[in-house]
Design a protein around this ligand. Structure first.
Ligand code: ARG
Length: 293
């Protein structure tokens, strides 16, 4: 190319007239951080060729959590390496996830994997038509940490793919009680410095009452009415599990929370904090245009 052409191409790039094809040009030079830490970390660890990395869980059997979604960095072909957050299918075209996983991303930057516990280069990935971040979401406080993804094409339910019902506020009382256990699932770190997981993991986490979680020695006022605490030193979610489902035990399970934040993972007194989905059932219904499942 002549220097003049190079200058024109550079100007077009700068003005956004042409976009480097993301699939071929993911490199340190071209990668612009999106500001979503999980997304940017997945890209960096891919570029660094390091292995990205639930605490104390067990491998989830195939088809046991058919609503589980993996959000992936679209231009990374291997779904295992592309994974940056979890999500839950709530009807044929909608996946609910954490707002902090997708706020600021463009639809073409991510893709969704459903219907598998194993993520690899063969995993089928679905395009996202629309990212809807809850209007009350605040990055600084992680309040209202919920977003809806509308899939480009509806998925058909089968043994591997099926939506989960969103808990109704009127039914919450029975679950937000001492001694209740939930299950959380995800492809996130198995220890703070753990290794990559390609196979979905599950762990049971005890409900932690708001009084305990808002204790000054725990999280104080950082835990709002839109959050639920759960976990112990024997079981927690961790980085990479964000946006993924916290479900009730018993049949059928219902979605009660989404992995949102925590200090470290499985740290004494610092349990996992989840978005309280029952508070957003009305919003989900209004956005998705159909009663969740
Ligand atoms: N923010 C983390 C993520 O994006 C989730 C952290 C959950 N931490 C916890 N200890 N439960 O993956």
């Amino acid at each position: 190319m002549s220097s003049r052409l190079v200058a024109v191409a550079a100007a077009m790039l700068l003005t956004g007239l042409i976009r480097p094809s993301m699939a071929t040009e993911l490199s340190f030079e071209t990668f612009k951080p999106t500001g979503v830490p999980e997304y940017d970390d997945a890209v960096r660890s891919y570029l660094n060729q390091t292995t990205p990395k639930i605490i104390n869980g067990i491998a989830a059997p195939p088809n046991a959590f058919p609503w589980q979604a993996s959000l992936g960095v679209a231009p990374i072909a291997d779904a295992g390496r592309a994974h940056f957050c979890g999500g839950a299918l709530i009807d044929a075209t909608h996946v609910v996830t954490a707002a902090h996983c997708v706020a600021g991303l463009n639809e073409i930057q991510l893709s969704v994997a459903l219907g598998t516990v194993h993520l690899d280069a063969e995993t089928k990935r679905l395009a996202v038509r629309k990212i809807d971040v809850h209007p009350d979401y605040r990055a600084e406080t992680k309040d209202a940490d919920i977003a809806l993804l509308q899939l480009e094409k509806a998925v058909t339910s089968n043994t591997a793919i099926a939506p989960i019902a969103v808990l109704e506020s009127t039914a919450e009382g029975a679950f937000l009680a001492g001694g209740v256990k939930f299950t959380v699932t995800g492809w996130g770190l198995t220890s703070v410095n753990g290794h990559s997981v390609r196979d979905l993991r599950q762990v049971d986490v005890p409900f932690v009452p708001a009084e305990t979680c808002t204790d000054p020695l725990a999280y104080g006022s950082r835990v709002t009415k839109n959050m639920i605490c759960a976990g112990s030193v024997n079981g927690d979610a961790c980085q990479g599990d964000s946006g993924g489902p916290l479900i009730t035990k018993g049949q059928p399970p219902v979605l009660i929370g989404l992995v949102s934040w925590g200090k470290g993972c499985a740290v004494a007194g610092k349990v996992g904090v989840y978005s309280r989905v029952a508070n957003y059932r009305g919003w989900i219904l209004a956005q998705s245009g159909e009663p969740p499942q």
